[in-house]
Every structure is written in structure tokens, then in C-alpha cells.
Design a protein. Sequence first.
Lengths: 424, 163
Amino acid sequence: MGMTMTQKILAAHAGLDSVKAGQLIECDLDIVMGNDVTTPVAIKEFEKAGIQKVFDQNKVVIVPDHFTPNKDIQSATHSKMVREFAHKHGIVHYYEVGRMGIEHCLLPEKGIVTAGDVVVGADSHTCTYGALGAFSTGVGSTDMACGMALGKLWFKVPSAIRFVLKGKMPKHVSGKDLILHIIGMIGVDGALYQSMEFTGEGVSNLTMDDRFTVCNMAIEAGGKNGIFPVDEKTLEYLKEHSEKPYHVFEADPDAEYAATYEIDLSELKPVVAFPHLPENAHYVDEIEKIKIDQVVIGSCTNGRISDLRAAAEILKGRKIAEWVRCIVLPGTQAIYLQAVKEGLAEIFVEAGAAFSTPTCGPCLGGHMGILAAGERAVSTTNRNFVGRMGHVDSEVYLASPAVAAASAVTGYITNPADLEKEEA
Amino acid sequence: MVQGKVFKYGDNVDTDVIIPARYLNVSEAAHLAAHCMEDIDQDFVKKVKEGDIIVANKNFGCGSSREHAPIAIKASGVSCVIAASFARIFYRNSINIGLPIIECPQAAEEISAGDEVRVDFSTGVITDVTTGKTYQAQPFPESIQNIIDAGGLMKMVAARLKA
């Protein structure tokens, strides 16, 4: 029986000719990553076990991005601990405030991850790099410590769900709408312990940024990883960003899938996920009028340049509604600079939005945009759990940058197409 | 073998409610335990006693990879989490740090809050002492049982690096 794309990558990194779903294997790791929240716990485990050095200074990546620039004394203490560890062990890929970015925007941009890699990160959204044709998955701090020590980790080989994409997405519809649609369809545990493999002729119509967004939220369906085949767009991206040697893996034609879904991209419409689960997906066209207090545009899900362009296209020449705070957070310093050069930063500020340094901050209710009781946000982030962005009685609605920007203008959850119609 | 009183929760208990991110600026276990389950059950911290058991439905521990979640539960004194299913990162984290977890959909459905429950890890038998019903959970695969027996993943790693 054939193997899925994920299974082939895992087999190659386990030194095996073939693997099958359910098998427990040990794989060599190409990258082990952590942030300022998860790395301190990993360091404690690493040091408690008496380990003297990391397996490879080039393959351990540390990005303090959650509570940075440090929000308080405790988070500054964690960042200091992480910084000293990185220095002591000669970690090559350590990124300080001013040079950093949100980890899952930064690693592909810096070319640290490439096609065919096996990557683990002590952050659940590490599944983002599947967009590059890598096997990439989130783990906890102890797994990170093990990975830093050995350069190896155990995995249970996953079965896969296949999503066959066809057609092309209409205007104002993006990767975020696609993945929210999928999570709405299969549920927040619809892909539990499984791979989500995206395939079909429609893949070529998705930009790399769309693919990052889709893979980023595989975890919100319970998925172990999300993965796209490597095509011309992937190779173009890798050529621009990475000098690492890459390996292209393809699913066998006779690979077995636990389920197959066909999705016509041309039929997608803007989607919003209601509190308090990402599976509560609704078409924006079919909802009641919902008044909002805050809009967040950014995060590892939607903080890339095309996301900012989509938001700026809508905000250009318009104003944020009087009662709304709109916060725009570019994913990395390079994206920040690009947004300044392209005039996007000016559009955001002219519209009355805050334009911030990269941070995970508001997405996880850390800092830079916490919600009070009774407040509602439209956010391009990835989770709308109870209390995710602040008070337990606040609400988060997940949407694309285009929907978020249109909603910021009207003060209600809005389809961007309607905004244009109203003004015509 | 462990025995304790049951705290019962529903589907998709996420790591944000197990330990909200506003407390992640400190990583000490006792600090985390002081806020465990705060956003889903404010009484949990006041009522939980050493040995108590959490029973929940499907996809327990979904969301963030924060190991602070199983650390908080373990440091609260909870002796075991029984669920219909676990989110995979939470599952790994629990095994790695030595928080006993057991998947058993039938037990998860039938056991009620406040019941006295006993879990025998060697046989996988869950007994609801209050109702008298027993449930058989699947044992762990050998390689995962080895991590548990070693006292956690890093004990195994340290032994391996010394060998």
C-alpha cells in the first residue's frame, strides 16, 4: 500500500523504507523551535536532566514573540532566561526584538524551514510550515527539550484526510475563509491525530500566504499537521528565501486516506467563526447585524504582506468606525518595512488604526489589545475560545483580513463586497 | 492505583481555560495550579483535593501547546484525567511530564460529577465506586508505557545520553 506525503517524509527521517498509520517511530529533526512562553519550561527540563549541549546550534531556533516587547517584569525575566540560554549554547537562530517576528511568519521568511524537513516547535501553530511541503507539528516544552538534546523525537505515524481543491477563489475570499470553512465542515476534532493533506488543481491558485494560513489552522481541526504539495510557487518562494537543500516528497498514487473531501474554491464566500470555537463557521452574508468593539489584523495566521495588502485595500480612503479600536500587527520586521515602503502603514494610520511592532500579544490575551467583559472583537487570529483575548465574558469572531478591515470601517461584522456596494 | 472525587467537564476543554495565557508569564507549577481551570470553573481550585480525578468528553486539552496546562492540573493534586479523547499535544505533554491520562469514551459519558472513582493503571480498569460500574480502557502502547515507567521523557533522554 502506498504512503501519504506526510508518511513519506516521516519514513525518510526515520531511516525506513515505509511506514504505516499507527506505527510508533523515531525521527531525525531538522528544526526544533520554541518561544518565550514555552522555551523557559523546556530549559528547566533540559537543565534538570543534566544535559550540557544542544544537538546542533544551527537547528535549534528560539523566537521570543509572545509577550515581547516584554509586557511586565515576569515576562522580561522569562525572556532574559531564554536569551541567556541562547547565548550560552551558541544558538544561531535566535531573534531579538527589532530583528524578530512572529515565529511562524519568521521561519519561512528567513529560509530556516524548507520542503521535506521534519520540524517540531513548542507552539501549536508550528503546523504552518506544511505550506512549504515540510512535515511540521506542534509539541510541548518537554518534547522541545528532548529535541534540543537528541535531535530526535518519537511520533505516531498519522493517517490522513485529503482535501481535493479545484477552481479559484472569488474576490475578497482568501485562505482564511477556506480553512474556516473546512473546520466548520469537519469540526475542531475532525482531524484529531491525523494529517490534513491538500491537493488538486486548485492548489496552484492559492498563494503561498494563503497556504501558510490554511496549514496554520490545521491544529484547530485537531490535525497533527497540514501539508501542501511542492509546486512552482513553492519552489519560487524557496528560491527567494532559502539556501537550504530541499527535498520534494509526493504522496503515492495508491496512498490510503481516512476521508476525502472535494472543495470548489470558486464557491467559497467570506466566513466568520463565532465564539467560542473555530468550528462555529457562518457565511458573513447569512448572519445578523453584530456590533463590534475591536478589530485585530495580524498574527501567525494572517500577519503576512498579502494579508496587510488585503486590509489596506479596504481601509484606503476610509475611516475606522468611531467606536472601534483597530490594531494592525505585521508578522515580521521585514513585513513591517515592506508595509511602510508600499504605503500600507500610512493607509492604516490615516484610517485611524494602530500600526504595531510584531507580537503575538492580543491573539492569546497576552497584551496589546485585551478585551474587557462584554466586548466583541473581529480578529484574523486563530482561536476564539472562552477568554482567549481577555475577559471570560468577551467574544472573539474569527475572520479574514478583508472581513476584519470591512468590519472595522462599519463597526459591524461586514462582507467587504457589501461595503463597496453601499458606497457605490 | 488512584482514587478520588470527580470533576466533570464537557467537550473541547481547551488549554486556554485550563490555564489562561495571562498567567503564563510565570512558569512555576504552584503558581499555575493556583489558576487551574479558572476560566471554566472558578470553584475548581477551592474544591480540588489531592487524588481527585477530572473526567471530560472529547478533545480534552485542545488548542495551545502550553505544557503549563498538564503541569497546572498535576500540581493541583489531580491523580488522573479520563476523557473520551485527548488533543494530541496535550496527550504527549501529559505522558512526557507524568500526568496519568486515560482514554475511555464510555467512562467519560457515564461517570457523573462528584462520583468517587478508582483507576487501576496496571489493568486499565476504571471503577465508579459510587455506581459500582466498571470500564475497561485500552492500555498504552509499549513505547509510551516505557516513558511513563521511566518517570517521564527527560529521564529517558538523560539515561540515553549517559549510555
